[in-house]
Every structure is written in structure tokens, then in C-alpha cells.
Design a protein around this ligand. Structure first.
Ligand code: C2G
Length: 131
């Protein structure tokens, strides 16, 4: 049972998120998604349209996802890896080389998958504003 873990806000769920989750799941058997809480979003400087409970429900409804947990702070990742016996952490390539993830290579595999071009939560917000 290969266990995969990924982190994110996943606001205004879009195809880029789905593709990331689909490819993350294809790397193993069990996919855990740590969804940023509203409080952690503030720390990340993000204001999400949907609150945590809504974003959690949306991610839980995706067939590739086996478990959703809250991401409350930057430095919970090592605990998550141990608690959930994680084999691989998967993130989009915008995180490649980031100090938030590189140090985790001591504990598990860390894989960065290409971001889906041309779509992002901020682009959706911008495009909707212009409509
Ligand atoms: N993503 C993607 N392609 C896009 C948009 C997002 O592959 N067009 C990926 C991101 O790289 C990330 C995941 O989808 O791996 C979730 O994206 P966000 O919700 O923007 O996550 P972020 O705010 O980067 O949170 O501790 C880590 C942070 O919580 C990551």
C-alpha cells in the first residue's frame, strides 16, 4: 500500500487541481490531501472564496482522494509523514526546489509534477471580474 500525500488550498476547484490529484493517485494506492485551513491561508497570504469545510467536502468528493486532513501550519509535514506512513509527497512544479519541501526528502520521496498551464484560481477570479 503506497501512500501519497499532497498539500494545497484547492480554492475554486479547477482542472489543474483535478489533474494534479489524478496523477498523484496514479503514483500509489492511497492519496491523502492536506487542505489548508482558513487560518493557515491567512498565514500563506491567501483569501479563499470557499471556506475550509466547503473545500474539504469538494476534495473528499473526488474519486482519486482517500482521505482529507487539515493543513494548519508550515511545519506539520514531518508529523504527517510519520502519522500517515507516507511514502511519497507530491506537489505541483511551482513548489519544485522549495525549502518547504526539499528537506522532506530525508523522510520520504518528494515528487514535483508539472503544473497545468493556463489555469489557476487567481486567473479564474480575474477572468470573472472582466466578464
Ligand atoms: N496546481 C497545478 N496546476 C495548476 C494550479 C495548481 O498543478 N494550474 C497544483 C499546485 O502546484 C499545488 C496544488 O495544485 O500542488 C494545489 O494548488 P493550490 O491550492 O494553489 O496550493 P498552494 O496554495 O500552492 O498550497 O504547504 C503547501 C501549500 O499548502 C500549497
Amino acid at each position: 500500500m503506497k501512500r501519497i500525500l499532497t498539500y494545497g488550498t484547492f480554492d475554486l476547484l479547477h482542472y489543474g487541481h483535478i489533474r494534479l490529484l489524478q496523477r498523484a493517485k496514479s503514483l500509489g494506492d492511497y492519496l491523502i490531501v492536506a487542505v489548508s485551513t482558513d487560518e493557515f491561508n491567512k498565514i500563506k497570504g491567501k483569501k479563499s472564496y470557499y471556506d475550509y469545510e466547503t473545500r474539504k467536502k469538494m476534495i473528499e468528493s473526488i474519486k482519486y482522494v482517500d482521505l482529507v486532513i487539515p493543513e494548519k501550519k508550515w511545519n506539520q509535514k514531518v508529523l504527517d509523514i510519520k502519522k500517515y506512513k507516507v511514502d511519497v509527497i507530491v506537489m505541483g512544479s511551482d513548489w519544485a526546489g522549495s525549502e518547504q519541501f526539499e528537506y522532506l526528502k530525508k523522510y520520504c520521496e518528494v515528487i514535483y509534477l508539472d503544473r497545468t498551464e493556463g489555469i489557476s484560481t487567481s486567473k479564474i477570479k480575474e477572468d470573472m471580474r472582466l466578464k
